[in-house]
Design a protein around this ligand. Structure first.
Ligand SMILES: [Zn+2]
Length: 338
């Protein structure tokens, strides 16, 4: 069967890569947790009050790479705009890709007064896991992936929970700059994603999502901020660390795990098909028996084989349906749900 199908080709390559990484690190990554670190308690930040609303800082926050000072100014002067105008994700996937690929956050941090060593400005530290996690977040926030294959009864329940979650999320900014200590000379952290969620009427939660990259991992450290959360906590940031190798296999599940763990959408995983595949080895197609990954929201689908429900590549399910069509002349959509 066709090896040139992108979803199958990517899956074979990524599963191979993780096997090699396991040999290199002598760690069992395939059955590791997705969430490598999460805060023990929720941190709630009171919204600063300010009488004269102003759009200036909010606009800058939407257009440029954000940092903590800018965010605080924007919250202080423009919460009304952030809360109501609907620009939840100001940065497109394409723009994010460029940001990652050009170490842009460090250049911006330098312009804003941080001392950044030259090697951070010139070395590209591109991590695919970061890009995949951002891309999956985008799709989920645009109504893809979750609840798609739910039956009617579940669907209204899903819509209620999804709408509640969606309404609470006010901003998701990638490559967000936060100081790593109170010393001006310390190199700042660049959070992969910053989520700003409203909490009650005059409070917010600031959730940092960080992909613990293979690079950091192979260099002996785990991630940029893992183990250093104390200072960020003082600043009001909750930090969630997710495994980058899981982001290569199923970034949608990783985002759902973050939504569940943070409590901002606890039911998220129930609406993602295949969420019960809890180790990377289980990501195998029930039809062609080759590895699977979910880099597109519909790459893994559910399919009925006899009396068994299996997960399979989008491609394999489509072919199975086509075969059925030609042999039986019947398209059984209801039992396929695909
Ligand atoms: Zn398959």
């Amino acid at each position: 069967m066709s090896l040139d199908v992108q979803e199958i080709k990517s899956a074979i390559r990524i599963h191979d890569y993780i096997s090699q990484l396991e040999k290199l690190t002598k760690l069992t990554l395939k059955n590791s947790d997705i969430m490598l670190g999460a805060p023990k308690t929720k941190l709630v930040v009171d919204l600063p009050t300010h009488n004269k609303p102003c759009y200036e800082y909010v606009e800058q926050l939407y257009q440029e790479i954000g940092d903590r000072d800018l965010l605080m100014q924007a919250l202080r002067t423009g919460w009304h705009y952030i809360s109501s105008n609907g620009t939840t994700i100001p940065v497109s996937k394409e723009k994010y890709f460029q940001q990652l690929n050009s170490s842009q956050a460090f250049h911006v941090a330098k312009q804003r007064g941080y001392e950044i060593p030259e090697k951070f400005l010139t070395t590209k530290q591109f991590c695919y896991g970061q890009y995949e996690a951002y891309s999956a977040m985008h799709e989920i926030m645009h109504g893809k992936a979750l609840g798609i294959w739910s039956n009617k009864a579940n669907f209204s329940n899903f819509m209620y929970n999804y709408a509640k979650f969606y309404k609470a999320i006010k901003l998701i900014a990638p490559q967000f700059i936060v100081p790593s200590s109170s010393y001006q000379s310390s190199i700042p952290y660049i959070l992969d994603q910053l989520w700003v969620a409203s909490h009650n009427s005059n409070q917010v939660r600031l959730l940092g999502l960080e992909v613990a990259g293979e690079q950091h991992f192979l260099n002996g450290g785990h991630s940029k901020t893992l183990g250093n959360e104390k200072y960020l906590e003082k600043l009001g940031f909750e930090m969630y660390h997710v495994a980058s190798w899981w982001c290569r296999v199923d970034p949608y599940r990783v985002i759902c795990e973050f939504l569940k763990e943070s409590g901002i959408f606890p039911e998220a995983q129930q609406y993602l098909i295949g969420a019960e595949l809890d180790t990377i080895d289980k990501y195998v197609c029930g039809i062609c028996h080759r590895p699977m990954v979910r880099l597109g929201w519909d790459w893994i689908q559910q399919c009925q084989i006899g009396d068994r429900t299996v997960y399979a590549h989008k491609h394999c399910v489509a072919h199975k349906v086509a075969d059925k069509l030609s042999t039986r002349g019947r398209f059984d959509v209801q039992s396929q749900r695909c």
